[in-house]
Design a protein around this ligand. Structure first.
Ligand SMILES: [Zn+2]
Length: 384
């Protein structure tokens, strides 16, 4: 099958992260089986109907190259699409469809080149690592990555095919999200002093997070390869109260922290906790002994830390002829592979400007260039 035919198949699976990805994983598994390549399906823990897929081509040894992609896509609800997002549409110089850039285009290229990989006598194995739930916090890949060096051979390099227009993404921030829940005491709204209003307390927590963010903006640490060059805090959602005539008993804030490499969220959490324990709770407890402010982690995606002269960057510099690299504004699974001892880089066809947008597309020339790059990877794996 051609890359376009495979891309049309992949786009047709509505694999939005909130739904199962099993049908697209099974299709990929069947496609590989049709070429005699056995795939391992790594199911999500807890019986969730989702799975990763790992497959290898070439010799059974360590030191291979991982080609990594995620099978899930972001939702289309509320977006003004000009045509069905799950039907690949020819737009002249581009293909429209959800996931064309992010990142079924890359997976389609990998699969289309399987016959070519099998024809060669590869010295270096090539591995496919296709995950689920990347878009909601890189939740799927870890239980596949955990098998590296155990059930699966230990590769040396991971190429994460997220859309970079085939430029070399060598670093990105870590992304950590949290829910802070404030508990007060309910009562009739006519007598606010008999209860403890959790919304008012949450407003203080929100303001404190804003102050902590101001310090990060002004005092750093800074890394000029990112835009913005400092770590960030964003409050994304607030949810609290029951009705206008009831004192709000509970309120929660969902927020995220994106740290420049080397900066973990622990300093932010400690700052917040100092405010809560030293200032806020002592003022709340007299009104309601049950008052509480609890922060729980939701998602933790490690940063991709720049590797100076790392194996992945060295290989892709050689294969692409590029000397420049860049820091990405978005988080990927690359840091998770790096944490497992692989040298990791982000490089794939399509543009992040198109990702997550209505009428997402990939330029046909990007698919052509991506195929050429993968052919050079295959050439290299045959010789080295
Ligand atoms: Zn992506």
């Amino acid at each position: 099958m051609s890359p376009t035919e495979i891309l049309a198949k992949l786009v047709a699976f509505d694999s939005v992260s909130s739904r199962s990805n099993l049908s697209v994983i099974r299709w990929i598994g069947d496609y590989l089986a049709g070429h005699g390549v056995a795939a391992a399906i790594i199911e999500a823990p807890g019986g969730e109907p989702k799975a990763n897929l790992w497959a290898s081509v070439g010799p059974d040894r360590d030191g291979g190259i991982v080609l990594s992609g995620h099978t899930d896509v972001v939702p289309v609800e509320g977006q003004p699409w000009s045509s069905d997002p799950f039907t690949l549409r020819d737009g002249g110089d581009r293909w429209f469809g959800r996931g064309t850039s992010d990142m079924k285009g890359f997976i389609a290229l990998c699969l289309a080149l399987v016959p070519e990989m099998l024809k060669r006598k590869l010295k270096t194995p090539l591995h496919f690592a296709f995950s689920y739930d990347e878009e909601i916090g890189c939740l799927g890949a870890p239980n596949m990555i955990a098998e590296i060096g155990k059930r699966f051979r230990q590769p040396r390099v991971a190429i994460i095919g997220e859309p970079t227009e085939l430029k070399l993404g060598t670093r990105h921030k870590g992304c950590y999200s949290f829910t802070t829940t404030i508990t007060g005491k309910d009562g009739h709204s006519s007598q606010p002093e008999r209860g403890l209003n959790a919304i008012l307390a949450a407003a203080e927590v929100a303001t404190e997070l804003g102050r902590i963010y101001d310090r990060l903006r002004h005092d750093g640490p800074f890394d000029k390869s990112f835009d913005p060059p400092h770590s960030t805090i964003n409050l994304g959602r607030i949810n609290g109260g029951t009705a206008v005539n009831i004192i709000a008993r509970s309120c929660s804030i969902e927020w995220d922290f994106r740290g420049v490499p080397g900066v973990t969220p622990s300093a932010v959490l400690e700052s917040l906790q100092r405010f809560v324990d030293g200032d806020l709770l002592p003022r709340l407890k007299p009104a309601a002994p049950e008052a509480a402010v609890i922060t729980k982690p939701r998602v933790a995606v490690p940063p991709l830390i720049e590797e100076h002269d790392g194996a992945a960057e060295t290989l892709l510099r050689l294969l692409t002829g590029q000397n420049d690299s860049f820091g990405m504004s978005f988080a990927t699974e690359a840091g998770q592979f790096q944490s497992a001892g692989l040298s990791a880089i982000v490089c794939g066809p399509g543009s992040i400007q198109q990702a997550h947008q209505p009428d997402e597309f990939i330029l046909k020339e990007q698919l052509v260039a991506g195929e050429a790059l993968l052919r050079r990877v295959i050439d290299w794996a045959e010789k080295n």
